[in-house]
Design a protein around this ligand. Sequence first.
Ligand code: AMP
Ligand code: MG
Length: 306
Amino acid sequence: MDDKTKELIRQCRKIAGRHRVDDGKDFRLKDTDPGDTGHWSEGDKALGEEALAQGKIALATMQERLYAQDRWSVLLIFQAMDAAGKDGAIKHVMSGINPQGCQVTAFGVPSAREQDHTWLWRCMTELPERGRIGIFNRSYYEETLVARVHPKILAAQKLAPSLVTDEIWSERFDDIRGFEKHLARNGTLVLKFFLHISKGEQRRRFLSRLDEPEKNWKFRMGDVDEREHWKDYQEAYEKTIRNTATKDAPWFVIPADHKWYTRIVVAAAIVEALDSLDLHLPEVDDAQKAVLEEARKRLTKAKTES
Ligand code: AMP
Ligand code: MG
């Protein structure tokens, strides 16, 4: 690894470290500032963008190794309030990588078929294969967020009343921790991103969806309804992060009022995590070398062909 890459990884570790929660027990959302931009100020946004470009190049190289090695998979989970910039962060950060090694799945309101299975089922079928990066735009975490904020969602889940007790949320946290441990033990690196936007910035972004015709399509009245449950959502996020932030599957609580900063932190966290894997191109053994030599001979013999 050259010095420039080493320095980049050092920077990524520093940036990501600031926002990583891998032991949730003392986590409080109010200790994190949605307007934070780390050691950059709005004025050196251009420097930040340069850092993001560097991070994306490193990511592309690492992804090629991940794919060639075919040993690890990477699951990136994005959760946030509406308009926090999940879609934009996914688009920007992953834009330099090979689409063949990456798949994005968005999880909306479960279908009737999905409701006939346990809530983890639809996510299990979309997990990334070895060598791939899987991105979940929302996930099973909705089961301790939207389902907790709206009792009618839980009531519609076709669970027998004996299974819906006061323990249901701690049982769900338990299931999630167990599931993520299973993934980690079997070679899936799990990173979870909560894009933390302030209520004021969400309001500004919703208003721009109304004011700017090319953004009108993004507007949904339902998003304004959900905003009225802001406090409940913040509490549900805090409890979720407290109970599911682990070494195996850390949360990154990422300030989301400045989109450029959000994207840098997401990229830094992924670069840092991939660097922790022993990624390398597969070694060519002697038998394979002999095959390559034989191929070279056959191809050079044919060089008279046009
Ligand atoms: P969007 O991501 O803006 O397209 O919206 C998807 C919607 O689906 C959001 O309102 C989510 O809260 C909702 N959703 C996602 N997962 C679930 C779930 N498991 N149960 C109920 N609603 C969900
Ligand atoms: Mg939405």
